[in-house]
Every structure is written in structure tokens, then in C-alpha cells.
Design a protein around this ligand. Sequence first.
Ligand code: A5P
Length: 219
Amino acid sequence: VSDDDAKRAVGRRAAEMVRDGMRVGLGTGSTVTHTITALGERARDLTCVATSIQTETAARRVGLSLVSPDEVDALDIAIDGADEVDPELNLTKGGGGALVREKIVAAMAERFVVVVDESKLVGMLGPFGTPIEVLAFAPQTVGRAVAALGATRVTIRAERSDNGNVLLDAAFGSIANPTELAARLDAIPGLVDHGIFLGSMVDTVLIDGPSGPQVRGSG
Ligand code: A5P
């Protein structure tokens, strides 16, 4: 099973959790693109919120109807990919630069479902790097505050986020305590949000790969 096959399998499996009439948060990335395709083939009676311009375009193309987050009170389900998943279901997200909208949408959902191929499973978060979105007003200053928390390297991406903000990637090595690091990052002025999504917000992780389909969390 290649990573691509696994992404397709798991992305399509997540679409089966969506029932007609649901309000659905659509994540960003190549895995969730398969979910979007599957939803477009099937259930059209859905109200969707997209986490990026890329996802908005993909969802429109398959005929899904989109609203802004403020047009719905809450979401029944949100489905998204991840860059890393640890044993407590803490996630690294934001490889695609969509972490701020992704976190808002995940927090709106009664059920947050994560779809990954097996290569995303890690013992501890960190090797991928931690994506961070900051105001364009002072990216170097905010980057220095991030480095002061223990990052050995903080790089600035060339492309801005869909929100017009600057994206950083911080190398923290292995993150022994994601809860503590998340709280410290949250406290930095000018830091809009970061790609550590704590396991407490994750309901289900669907995994596929050489070991076959797996489910973690509440199933
Ligand atoms: C987007 O900002 C990320 O959080 C994605 O969810 C993540 O990069 C997963 O992407 P793939 O499904 O393409 O691996």
C-alpha cells in the first residue's frame, strides 16, 4: 500500500461517516481531497465550511455547498489531515499553511476526525517542525519569542497564509510536553496560532498504510 493509496482509502472512509443533512468542516491537504471527492459523488445535501481557498475550490468543483463559519452555529463533523499524530492523538498541522482556519473549524465540530496515512504516526511531535502563523507586523520579533521557547531554528515561509499573515516553521526537536508548549506559544503577542492541535480536541483518527486500516480514539 503506497502512501497515495492509503490517503485515498482513509479519505474515502471518512466520507462514509458523513450523513445527509450534516454540517461538515472540510480540512486541507491531499488526504482530505479524497474525502471531498467522495462527498461530491454522493451526498449533496450537505452544508460545508472550507478551511482554505484550495479546499473551497475543490469543494465547489464537485458541487458541495459552502458557507462561512459564521453562517452555521456549529458543525456536526470536521474531517482533516495532519502532518504528525502522536500516541495521545496530539497533532502537528499546518504543513499546507491552513492551520488557523483548520483550528477554528475543528473547534466548531462536535466530532473532529483526522485522516492520515501511517507515515504520519510519530512517538513524539516535533520532527516535522511546528508551523506557526504570525502577524506580518513583526514576524522577526515574534520569531525570536518562539526561539526563546527552545526552537533551534525558526524559518519564514515565502508564501503568506490565506489570511494574509506570515507563516513560520519552528524546529523544537522532540516535543516532550505538547500541552505546555502550546500554552506558551498561545501566550506570545502577535502569534495568531500554531500547528499543535491537542489530543483533547480530536475524537477519531483514521489511519491506513502497510499495516492495514486502523482507528484510534472513539471510532
Ligand atoms: C494543512 O495546513 C495541513 O494541516 C494538512 O492537513 C496536512 O499538511 C496534511 O496534508 P496531506 O493530507 O496532504 O498529507
